[in-house]
Design a protein around this ligand. Sequence first.
Ligand SMILES: [Fe+2]
Ligand SMILES: [Fe+2]
Length: 226
Amino acid sequence: MALFVIGDTHLSLASNKPMDVFGGGWEGYVDKLREGFQAVGPEDTVVLCGDLSWGMSLEEAEADFAFLDSLPGVRKLMLKGNHDYWWNTASKMNRFFAEKGFSTLKILHNNCYEYGEYALCGTRGWFYEEKGDQKVFNRELIRLEASLKAAGERKKLCFLHYPPLYQGYRCAEIIALLEKYEVEACYYGHLHGGSHRLAVEGKYGPVVYHLVAADYVGFQPQKILE
Ligand SMILES: [Fe+2]
Ligand SMILES: [Fe+2]
């Protein structure tokens, strides 16, 4: 049993949205993802850190979900990215996945999942690009805290779509929550192409940060726990 993470699969199997705007690494990225997932075993868990499908609705994203569901791994825990316009209420998403038989797809939203002695927590997060809608920001803080609280006394790993840290930027409120709940490591996506060089990785205060956007990790899910 192992735990893996990757973000930003940016699938569009039903509509073929070109990904080359993000740079050359995206050429043939669906095949690269399929290959990268060969490292994942049938009993493993994979956290998917948002920007999963370009579909505008659950129906439009169905082919992308079918692809993700077909990849190895007993559970894929999905969190919301800024491009996941298909995102819906948890009950609608769960019903859709159940109806379609996508049994490995689970939603990480206001909740957490157990993994051995760890709790896997997460939400979309917040980034300065969003340009100050205080309500949305406060809602994200509430979601993050709900997820961390749900973990109780377990050790915690946190998954976000947006980077809480970036060169010249830190989201003090999110970092404060990660530290308050003694999160050991935080994994995030969202940054592509030229933005990679501005990513903050490694230990910052008590928390270790990792960028796991698909193009940053060569489309290979990253193993984080055995
Ligand atoms: Fe992305
Ligand atoms: Fe994003």
